[in-house]
Structure formats: C-alpha cells, structure tokens
Design a protein around this ligand. Structure first.
Ligand code: ADP
Ligand code: MG
Length: 419
C-alpha cells in the first residue's frame, strides 16, 4: 500500500467534488458554500480518509485543510449517534471557526457539533453534551476540564483530528494531548494530523497517535502560500513605530493584522495607533473572552481595519479580506512566520507580508529564511527620514580575494615608496 504522495500546489485534481465519493448531503452543502473544484489537499485527502486511512497532511496556509478532513468525516458519520469525532485546536478563535465549518458542511445532515473552549461558562457546553453530540471541536484545556467533571467520554471516538498538528504536539500542549488521547480508547480510531508546517520528524513524535498513516505533502511541507509577497524593512529600533505609520500610509490595505511579540507590546502599539487616528482592535490572551469576540467580530465585519495581535492569531484564522500582514516584531520561531503571513493570500487570493527588522533580529531572520528556503526582499521607504543604522547599509558585493603572494607584497612596497 502506498504511504506517501508529494504534489505541487498547481496539481490538477478532479474538476468537481462529485467524483470524490462523498455522500449526497455533504455534496449539497459544498455546492451551497460555492466551492467548485477541490483544492489539491482535498483532492488527495478525501478519498484516503473515506477509505479509512490515518493521514498526515501538510499543505500551505489557506488551502482548505478544514474541508479536507471535515467533508469525509461528515460523510462517514452519516447520522446522529454518539460522540464519534474529536477535533483539537490550539486557540479559542480557531475552534470557533472550525466548529462553524463543521456546521456549514454538515448542514444537510442530522449531526450535532459542540464547541468546547475556555473563557466562557460551563452551562451551555454541559447542556449540549447532555443532549448528545456527534462532533466535539475543542481546545485541550477545557476538554480536560470536562473529562475531569465526567461531562463527556471519548471512548467512542472513531475520528481524531489534530489541526495545526505541529503546534498541538509541541512541548506546551503535549502533556494535555497525551492525557486526552489516552481517553480515546476505541481501537478502530482513525487519526489525522494537518498543518502548513509539518516536518518529517513529526512522524516520529506522532507515531503513538497514528496507525500506518498516509502522508500528503503539497508544495514542500514548510513552504509559504505562493500568492503572498514578502518584504523586509530594516529600521533602527527607535524608529519602528514611525516606520509602521509610514508603511500604513503608503499601502492600500483593506484589513491588516499587525503581529507583536508580547501582549503588552500589542496593547502599546494599538494605543499609539489610536493616537495617530488609526482605529484598531486588539487580540491576545489577557483580554476577556468578550473582548476577544468583539475584536474578532469588528475585524471580520470590516468595521475595524487594523487588528493588533500576538501569535494567538497566527494559526488557522481564515479571513479572506486580510490584504496585509505586518510583523511589527519578527517572529522568534520560524514556523510562526509561515503561519502569520498565511493569514493573507488565502485560497489563491493575493496578499502582502511586511516584516520590520532591527539589528538584534539577525539570528531570527537567518532561521526564517532557511526554513522557508527563500531570501526575503529588503526594502526601504523612499521619503522616510531614516536614522543611520548598520543594517541599513546596502549589501555590497564581496571584493574579489586579493592574491596574497608576490603581487600583494609588491603593492605594499609600492605603497611605501609613494609616501
Ligand atoms: P487551511 O486550513 O488550509 O489554512 P481553510 O480550511 O481555513 O484553510 O480554508 C481556507 C478558505 O478556503 C476558507 O475560507 C474556505 O471556506 C475556503 N475553501 C476551502 N475549500 C475550498 C474550495 N474547494 N473552493 C473554494 N474555497 C474553498
Ligand atoms: Mg486550518
């Protein structure tokens, strides 16, 4: 049995969904969503999931990984029964989004989806669980709370999805994930790992989750979406904010996400932007759930054009209108670069990614460029009043190595003679 396929993002799959053996209800929902052609990852993953295979799916940001797992799972679940599908997500916002996708794709079927994440009360969540649910989309912390309270059991789970799998299996989440999966005792379980950044090693890390997985790699496995342009703006640390304002005044943005390294940093930048007459929304984990929901809602609806956020927004969030991503602070983990800039340029839309770069960011930049196997173009704002800084120096071509033998000795002598 084949265990792997590697395809390019321009892979030509079937022209429509009808040849993929999905059930009629799912097909109708897909048509209603307006999807015509399956994306490459969908074209490959859907038939393999329908055949019962475990999956490791690596495909760039915004290429439809959610439907790649949700459509076949909904097709196989058919009708209401027990809790059989568990989808784990790293953030509340992403869990909300993926629950929404399950609801939309499962609209024509008698299936129930429950969203479980922290920051909100237990009442509604418990009610929904008590009434019976087929699918749970959850963040790990709240799911463990429910397991502790005995409000749900996972022994019938036959589909397990780790979305943003490399994040879910990193050191921060791993202990929680182990405890959760230990409760998924059904031997017939089919497991699926999806992300835009899945290096080969993930297979070793995840070997206890998967059973003879089929590996799908679209476009390299760590590559960025092809429709996003990248630019790097070197600047002195003290001029970062002024340059940001200058960039904002030059670009024609619809919706822009500005990423900061810290929550405090995000608050400060948002406040300064407000002072320069830019309306902003803020999203990070110290905000209340209500504030987070309001920020998301305002940004999604277009009421607010600038979202200032930490990496909490870097994974998975799907807002088609995002035209620009600005890294006010360069990401410290190279995979975060891929995910952050992947908030734009979704589903073959175009997008621009801008990174501010200061002298102390050199090491991070090197790692990012190695990871994405691409040199990011250095740019300058022409009429910006740059203060001098070493990294603003144009890169000069390396001088040819001088011959260190006879001729260089001669030139030294000549120099002396001239004096
Ligand atoms: P990923 O998880 O790969 O980052 P998503 O699943 O969030 O991508 O999908 C990105 C966007 O593409 C979503 O807005 C989704 O509705 C849309 N989409 C998914 N599949 C298709 C398709 N076959 N045709 C058109 N749009 C699609
Ligand atoms: Mg996704």
């Amino acid at each position: 049995m084949d265990n792997e396929i590697k395809i390019m993002p321009d892979f030509e799959g079937p022209e429509d969904f009808s040849t993929l053996s999905l059930n009629e209800n799912v097909l109708r929902a897909v048509t209603e969503k307006g999807y015509k052609k399956p994306s490459p990852v969908q074209a490959i993953a859907i038939p393999h999931i329908l055949e019962g295979r475990d999956i490791i799916g690596a495909s760039q940001t915004g290429t439809g990984k959610t439907a790649a797992f949700a459509l076949p799972i909904l097709s196989l679940l058919k009708r209401h029964g027990a809790l059989r599908c568990l989808v784990l997500e790293p953030t509340r916002e992403l869990a909300q989004q993926v629950e929404g996708a399950f609801n939309a794709y499962g609209k024509q079927q008698d299936l129930r989806t429950t969203l479980l994440h922290g920051g909100v009360g237990y009442g509604q969540q418990c009610d929904k669980l008590r009434d019976g649910t087929d699918i749970v989309v959850a963040t790990p912390g709240r799911l463990l709370d429910h397991l502790g309270r005995g409000t749900l059991t996972l022994d019938k789970v036959s589909f397990l999805v780790l979305d943003e799998a490399d994040r879910m299996l990193d050191m921060g989440f791993m202990p929680d994930i182990r405890r959760i999966i230990a409760r998924c005792t059904n031997k017939q379980r089919q497991s699926m790992l999806f992300s835009a950044t899945l290096v080969q090693e993930i297979e070793n890390v995840a070997s206890w989750v998967l059973r003879n997985p089929f590996r799908i790699t679209v476009g390299g496995g760590t590559s960025t979406a092809e429709t996003v342009t990248h630019a790097l703006y070197p600047v002195d640390e003290r001029q970062k904010f002024d340059l940001l304002v200058s960039i904002l005044s030059k670009i024609d943005y619809r919706s822009v996400i500005i990423f900061c390294r810290t929550k405090n940093g995000a608050d400060i930048i948002a406040r300064w932007l407000e002072n320069t007459n830019h309306k902003t929304a803020i999203l990070h984990s110290d905000r209340s759930q209500k504030e987070r929901d309001q920020a998301m809602e305002g940004f999604k609806s277009g009421k607010v054009e600038i979202l200032v956020a930490t990496d909490i927004v870097s994974r998975g969030i799907d807002i088609m209108e995002v035209s620009h991503v600005i890294n006010y602070d360069i990401p410290q983990h190279c995979e975060d670069y891929v995910h952050r800039i992947g908030r734009t340029g979704r589903m073959n839309n175009e997008g621009d990614a801008v990174t501010l770069f200061t002298a102390s960011d050199q090491d991070f930049l090197k790692k990012i460029e190695k990871f994405i196997d691409q040199k990011i173009e250095r740019k300058k704002i022409e009429d910006f009043d740059y203060k001098w800084t070493p990294i603003l120096e144009e890169e000069k071509p390396q001088p040819k190595r001088r011959n260190r033998g006879y001729s260089s000795a001669l030139s030294m002598n000549m120099g002396r003679r001239r004096r």
